[in-house]
Design a binder for this molecule. Structure first.
Ligand SMILES: [Zn+2]
Length: 244
């Protein structure tokens, strides 16, 4: 892609520069990560319903049009990450990827479960149906270790627990992982995914150890500013403190 990504850092509204080929733009509630691909861009997550204007504006600041979006890869099917999928897929020529265990939720073949912990908290079906995306075909059901199509060197790491199909994406060239809701970064401290919204907190915690198998320095979150240095060391320290 013959396009320069020399974007000024605009602290509150503009895209966040992670690396020359990795940025984050602001959608409603959650951020969307923009990866420079061979012939366009790949987006990780789609934000909440109604996010399309914000995503379009963010891409525009990066010099990218919606027509250049080749793939939307979801970290999981929660409505703040996937609720805006249908409107984004409609506005772009992009294909859609998500871990295979949540593909039938996105495609509408299975009803979306509550995003709250089912066993402890009440279901909110009417709210869920309102904020979830209309069905979208999943062209790339992923499994652990798969490389994304349409871009070189971006690998899916299945980290179940927050949801059964929660997936982090490792961007090899930038030594960055995009973690979705697998981790939080509150008060400048790494934390496990939110107990309130996590289906299986113990499994989610155990999944985090898998991330130490890859060589990363940067962690990109969905709801928090990125960690740009020593990310792997901070995660290792976090997991070690947890176990002791
Ligand atoms: Zn979530």
């Amino acid at each position: 892609m013959d396009r320069k990504f020399s974007v000024p850092e605009i602290p509150l509204l503009g895209p966040i520069r992670i690396a020359p080929n990795v940025h984050q733009v602001r959608a409603l509630i959650a951020r969307v990560t923009v990866l420079t691909a061979r012939d366009g861009v790949v987006l990780i997550d789609a934000g909440s319903r109604g996010s399309l204007p914000a995503i379009k504006a963010g891409l525009s600041l990066l010099g990218v049009s919606l027509e250049q979006v080749r793939l939307i890869a979801l970290t999981h099917s929660h409505p703040d990450h996937a609720g805006g999928l249908a409107e984004l897929a409609e506005a772009t020529p992009a294909q859609v990827a998500i871990h295979h265990t949540e593909a039938d939720i996105v495609s509408g073949d299975k009803p979306a479960p509550s995003f709250l912990r089912r066993e402890r908290l009440p279901q909110v079906p009417s709210a869920v149906s309102f904020i979830n995306s209309p069905p979208v075909e999943v062209s790339h059901p992923l499994k652990d270790g798969d490389y994304l199509p349409e871009i070189d060197g971006v690998r899916a790491i299945h980290t179940p627990g927050h949801t059964p199909g929660s997936t982090c994406y490792y961007v090899e060239s930038a030594k960055a992982i995009v973690v979705g809701d697998a981790l939080q970064y509150r008060f400048r401290k790494l934390q496990q995914s939110s107990w309130f919204f996590t289906r299986d907190p113990e499994q989610a915690r155990q999944s985090l150890a898998k991330l130490l198998d890859v060589d990363f320095t940067t962690i990109c979150f969905s709801h928090f500013p990125p960690i740009k240095e020593n990310g792997r060391e901070l995660l290792a320290e976090f997991l070690q403190n947890w176990q002791t």
